[in-house]
Structure formats: structure tokens, C-alpha cells
Design a protein. Structure first.
Length: 94
């Protein structure tokens, strides 16, 4: 089975990448960075928070046969809640 994981280089996405690889799945990843767990041909370095990155990812995925999609990409801004601005929440949710 082929699994596509966005945000595959850290956090939950990285843990899932490790788990699926250990079970023998073919794993593909899309993230702003790459990792050593996947071959370069199995991962795409792009930012899914902007239209250019979404377009690149869409073109890349068209040639893959994906059985499972896990969308784990996100942002993480460490800050006290009282110091956050409205834009911080918009960025995290979009």
C-alpha cells in the first residue's frame, strides 16, 4: 500500500512515517523540509500554505498511486496565548 503524509518530517507526521515504514508500506511525503527516512524521489519539498506549493504538490501527486492520505502538515508558533494575534490563528487554521 502507498501512503502519502504531509508534514512527514516532524511531529505526528514523522511518527506516522516511521510507523508505516516499519510495517512495510511505501511512504511518500510532502513537507517544507526533507528527511533521511525517505528516498529523494519519495518526497517533495514545498510549502502547502501558499498557492505555488499547492500547485507543485498537485502536479507531483498526479503520477502517484496513493491508497492512504494523511494530512498532517501544519504550523507551530510557540507563544503565550495572550500574546497571540488574530493572524496567528488564521495561519494555523488555514
Amino acid at each position: 500500500m502507498n501512503v502519502l503524509i504531509t508534514g512527514h518530517t516532524s511531529g505526528l507526521g514523522l511518527s506516522l512515517t516511521e510507523k508505516f515504514l516499519s510495517k512495510g508500506y511505501s511512504v511518500y511525503g510532502i513537507s517544507r523540509t526533507t528527511n533521511k527516512l525517505l528516498d529523494k524521489t519519495n518526497q517533495l519539498k514545498c510549502d502547502l500554505s501558499n498557492p505555488e506549493g499547492i500547485n507543485r504538490a498537485s502536479c507531483w501527486v498526479k503520477n502517484l498511486k496513493i491508497d492512504i492520505l494523511i494530512h498532517s502538515a501544519g504550523t507551530n508558533k510557540i507563544n503565550k496565548i495572550e500574546n497571540n494575534e488574530l493572524n496567528d490563528y488564521s495561519t494555523a487554521l488555514n
